[in-house]
Design a protein. Structure first.
Length: 202
């Protein structure tokens, strides 16, 4: 399995294409991007799904472009719905097309890789991570970054909740689990337990 990262837009959010044997999942397309589209075309990928870890604008801005182009299904957390519909929280000016709103425990498959959704509230009320537990990798959205954590000064965010979510990750995921965050460089669970400035292992 291959993972290609694109850092997009003014907020420098990470979009990931996870692909194998001509099939792909796109995670958090935050902005419309010719670079993403060109990569898909050059590698002749069949986009099976788009997954969005949470509803903030810098993680959803490219969803409609990719869905319109590839006619693929979009999955997003149910508890984040207010960010996708026409509401004051949706700053895009149109309803973001979501085919299936999902909850904790939902599994998204790419060939023989099963990606499980875990709810990790804190940065947002319905924020999630997407983990391939069999291969020790996890897309951590804006919950856990390299040596820091997601912001908790936004609507529906909570510092106490994000700390609880990260402690759950520390308990659930092995130290060697590689984390691909929504911003910045990759890290591991083991590294964060020692060096994270907000949530160290007790």
């Amino acid at each position: 399995m291959n993972i290609q990262k694109f850092t997009l837009g003014m907020y420098k959010s990470n979009c990931y294409i996870v692909y194998e044997n001509g099939h792909a999942i796109v995670i958090d397309p935050g902005y419309e991007s010719d670079e993403v589209i060109n990569f898909i075309g050059q590698n002749k990928l069949n986009v099976l799904a788009i997954y969005v870890t949470h509803g903030h604008i810098d993680h959803v801005g490219g969803v409609k472009q990719l869905k319109d182009r590839y006619q693929t299904k979009v999955y997003a957390p149910l508890k984040e719905k207010i960010w996708f519909i026409n509401s004051s929280y949706n700053r895009l000016g149109y309803e973001i097309p979501v085919d299936t709103y999902i909850e904790d425990g939902f599994v998204l498959n790419l060939n023989d890789h099963a990606f499980t959704v875990f709810e990790t509230p804190g940065h947002s009320e319905g924020g999630t991570i997407l983990c391939d537990l069999d291969h020790n990798l996890c897309f951590s959205g804006d919950t856990l970054f390299f040596e820091t954590i997601g912001r908790t000064d936004l609507p529906f965010s909570s510092f106490d909740d994000i700390v609880k979510s990260i402690r759950k990750m520390y308990q659930m995921l092995p130290n060697q689990t590689k984390l691909y965050p929504g911003h910045g460089r990759p890290t591991t669970i083991g590294h964060e337990k020692i060096y994270n400035m907000f949530v160290k292992e007790k």
